[in-house]
Design a protein around this ligand. Structure first.
Ligand code: FAQ
Length: 309
């Protein structure tokens, strides 16, 4: 299939399935994005796991455990979707893509290199991190690759529950004592800018966007999704009685959007280079888990071979 025919096919809202012919660069863009998305779900379990044993009640602990397990499930759907793209030339098996992440060759979302320092951070992660993730993923439900698009439908349903559980944690803290409300404000202060960075660099500094959008892998630009996230999140912060840590945040009557300050792009670049507050710790934890739990995989493979005979 020539490239123009393929572009017309996807731009007419047709889905591409694993056995269909597709251009190599389409396949590679998808493997890059879906596998990095999977790594984000898996590494994203770590900041929250830090609070499982310290959740303030049994009910909170159950909800947090369920949420973290959902993230593992998202990672699995996404690794499975990535694997459908492997062919003789493009490597997409789970071990290879995962090992690329462990070796620092493949990225995962910058946000998970920040620590969860207080219980309020668990609320902020649900509200802001899952909130930003949904904003992006609702758009991805309409992407042109069938297995990725279908995985997104299910993931979005679960993420919206996560966002609500986070917001509810903050609502409880904001209606509590002065100290509890301060914990919530502190969490918002630390997570606001990193949450905005989740949408990626500005459009004019985003090398993948143009091709990705013409292939209908991404359907909206980094900046337009970031703007929508700010527009829906500011009133939510006001409802909580919290202040967004941005002196330049103002409602613009003319555009009917919020104007906001410049993101700390130097910090973003440092996190991407591996120098964020927790980059080293996150990868060490995952490498250790891979070594210590290798026996589980070996046992599963041995069992699968035994029943195949
Ligand atoms: N962090 O050219 P662009 C979640 C990289 S899931 C790290 O604009 P693109 C659930 C980018 O990869 C959150 N790296 O890239 C959860 C590229 O580098 P590369 C994850 C970033 O792909 C919640 C380079 O910068 N969601 O949170 C980031 O067109 C709570 C240039 O950027 C997804 O992965 C970043 N923030 O747009 C779990 C959604 N931004 O690969 C647990 C799928 C950019 O060329 C707890 N992905 N980079 O070496 C996407 O929609 C896109 O890949 C973007 C980036 C929007 C992330």
């Amino acid at each position: 299939m020539n490239n123009d025919t393929f572009l017309t096919y996807v731009q007419q809202e047709n889905k591409v399935e694993p056995k269909d012919l597709m251009p190599d660069d389409y396949r590679k863009l998808l493997v890059r994005q879906i596998s990095q998305h999977a790594h984000s779900e898996i590494v994203g379990m770590l900041p929250e796991a830090n609070w499982i044993t310290r959740a303030p009640s049994l009910r909170r602990k159950m909800a947090l455990l369920a949420k973290i397990q959902d993230e593992a499930g998202h990672g699995l759907y996404l690794y499975a979707a990535t694997e459908t793209l492997g062919n003789g030339e493009v490597i997409a098996d789970r071990d290879s893509t995962y090992n690329d992440m462990l070796a620092g060759k493949a990225k995962y979302s910058s946000i998970f290199n920040y620590p969860a320092l207080s219980w309020a951070d668990i609320g902020a992660i649900g509200w802001l991190v899952d909130g930003a993730a949904i904003m992006n993923q609702v758009m991805l439900m309409g992407n042109s690759y069938g297995p990725y698009s279908r995985a997104m439908v299910r993931i979005c349903k679960e993420e919206s529950f996560h966002q609500r559980q986070g917001y509810e944690i903050l609502m409880t803290l904001c209606r509590g004592t002065k100290e509890q409300k301060q914990l919530a404000q502190d969490a918002l202060n630390r997570f606001w800018w990193p949450a905005l960075m989740m949408f990626g660099p500005n459009d004019d500094a985003s090398p993948n966007s143009q091709k990705s959008m013409s292939y209908r892998i991404k359907r909206e630009s980094n900046d337009s999704l970031r703007q929508r996230f700010v527009d829906v999140t500011v009133p939510q912060a006001e409802f909580l009685g919290l202040k967004i840590p941005d002196e330049n945040l103002t409602w613009n009557e003319e555009t009917q959007h919020y104007d906001f300050g410049e993101l700390p792009w130097e910090e973003f670049m440092e996190v991407l280079k591996g120098n964020g507050p927790c980059n080293k710790k996150r990868l060490e934890t995952k490498r250790k888990a891979q070594q210590e739990n290798a026996w589980v995989k070996e046992a599963a493979i041995a069992y699968a071979e035994k029943i195949r005979k």
